[in-house]
Design a protein around this ligand. Structure first.
Ligand SMILES: [Cu+2]
Length: 166
């Protein structure tokens, strides 16, 4: 049997301790933490995603003797591309001991933007040229979209909440 109140006090004490400084990095360190984390995820996206995109859009169709999805169904290709660029990024986040929730939030952001752009194209709001520009841009749009969930979780990505084990 445990007094729930004593439990609360323990939690409060732990928070106060971390707020007192030992895990409160300087602004420069926070900016560096944010930038480094962002660049790591961008590199994972651009290297891993580009390799996967080549495989799925070029190598596999060549082997199977089918057409490039980007030519036959560019709206679907954009969503597939977003998934392919997101997978290595999400894998990297897990390798870096990020929790599932921010990992899935970020994955949902990139794939979500791809779905929105594809739907807008389907509705005739965006032209084929715009859609093709998104597809041709490779990892760039997804790297940019990652900033949105990052800004919503600044304490996590600046290292203030101390999510990293190391
Ligand atoms: Cu990420």
């Amino acid at each position: 049997m445990q007094d729930p109140r004593s439990n609360t006090h323990v939690v409060e004490a732990t928070h106060a301790q971390s707020a007192l400084g030992q895990t409160h990095p300087s602004i420069q360190r926070q900016i560096w933490h944010f930038a480094r984390h962002y660049l790591e995820m961008c590199v994972a996206m651009c290297l891993g995603g580009t390799a996967l995109a080549l495989l799925v859009f070029r190598a596999a169709p060549a082997v199977l003797g089918i057409q490039d999805l980007r030519d036959t169904a560019p709206a679907a290709a954009l969503i597939v591309a977003a998934v392919l660029y997101t997978l290595p990024m999400a894998t990297w986040m897990r390798i870096r001991h990020m929790a599932w929730r921010p990992t899935l939030e970020m994955s949902a952001s990139t794939v979500g933007v791809a779905v929105i752009v594809s739907v807008l194209y389907g509705m005739g709001v965006l032209s084929l040229a715009t859609l093709e520009a998104w597809v041709a841009a490779g990892c760039a749009p997804w790297c940019a979209v990652m900033l949105i969930p990052m800004l919503f979780r600044l304490p996590l990505y600046t290292g203030r909440s101390g999510h990293h084990a190391s």
